[in-house]
Design a protein. Structure first.
Length: 313
């Protein structure tokens, strides 16, 4: 049934003959790119993997022959702002007339801007929702499949449908404007960032009032409107990337919040209270990370060496 779903779309846009499945490319073999590529191959698709690491470096030129290429490369936030330059380099490898699907997190407006730069290919955006600890399961059992199109035309909608057909069926599937899909990804990450700060604030209140935070936490987790995720204040998971400490750390939260805080201030400069909310949350989180010595290298990459002076902590 999955192949039938895919082939119908590919026939409709004349991408491939009915007897063959599309050749899928992957640029970037971190945990996101690798798990999506692994899932594609498990489901019978041929995949070409390119990354700067061995053994994938040799596949660079083969990317141009792939019908659809998923891009999962770093999009850092630095003291100078959001940086999409690695995606731009990846897009230069895509063959003429082929389809690129950006899985990396990008600020709203990026896909539209890149499409104007690379007019000889079709560029789509598809936010990823993998959790590192459960990435194998998540890639095979997505809760949401979302595809963003930079231009609202039948051609782009058909290509978005073809990409949807490649993916394992999800309960929620959406084709929308790429600005919207880019914002969906940020909205999820920033909401969880807010939730972590909220949990830390209540942890402090619990300690100051002689209360057991774990009792408060478990009761909150039982509220279906809130749920259990991101309510633990100190990371003691033992995961290889987990750093004991407090605050919203990791490779996504710090950089994504900084990127959206900057974007909010640039596009809504008159929303002073909103700007202050973003800045206050960033300051509180940085304070928590610094005090517990958690992810200091990631903080430095986003805010610079003199973190305290930069953000006024």
């Amino acid at each position: 049934m999955h192949y039938e779903r895919a082939i119908i779309y590919f026939i409709s846009i004349n991408m491939k003959d009915i007897k063959t499945l599309p050749l899928i490319g992957f640029i970037g073999q971190g945990f996101i790119g690798k798990n999506y590529a692994d899932d594609m191959e498990r489901r019978g698709y041929s995949a070409v993997r390119y990354a700067l690491e061995e053994p994938y470096r040799a596949n660079k030129d083969a990317i141009k022959d792939c019908d659809i290429v998923f891009i999962a490369v770093p999009t850092p936030t630095t003291p100078d702002g959001f940086d999409a330059s690695i995606i731009e380099k990846a897009l230069s490898l895509i063959g003429e007339g082929k389809v690129a699907v950006i899985k990396s997190t990008v600020v709203p407006g990026t896909t539209k801007r890149l499409q104007k730069m690379f007019t000889n290919i079709i560029i789509l955006h598809s936010p990823e929702f993998l959790t590192e600890k459960t990435a194998v399961y998540d890639s095979a059992h997505p809760a949401r499949n979302i595809i963003g199109i930079p231009i609202k035309t039948t051609l782009y909608e058909e290509h978005a449908g073809a990409v949807l057909a490649l993916l394992p069926k999800a309960l929620y599937e959406l084709i929308a404007d790429s600005n919207e899909t880019e914002l969906i990804k940020y909205a999820g990450n920033i909401f969880l960032y807010f939730k972590i700060i909220f949990a830390n604030l209540f942890y402090d209140v619990a300690c100051a009032t002689g209360s057991d935070y774990s009792v408060v936490r478990d009761a909150l987790a039982a509220d279906p409107r809130i749920g259990a995720s991101h309510l633990n204040v100190v990371d003691t998971s033992g995961h290889h990337d987990a750093v004991p400490g407090r605050g919203a750390g990791g490779h996504c939260f710090i950089k994504d919040f900084a990127a959206l805080e900057r974007l909010y201030g640039e596009i809504l400069p008159n929303e002073k209270a909103g700007v202050e909310v973003f800045h206050a949350l960033a300051r509180k989180n940085i304070e928590l990370l610094l005090r517990s010595k958690k992810d200091l290298d990631l903080l430095e990459g986003v805010y610079g060496k003199d973190i305290s002076k930069t953000v006024g902590v």
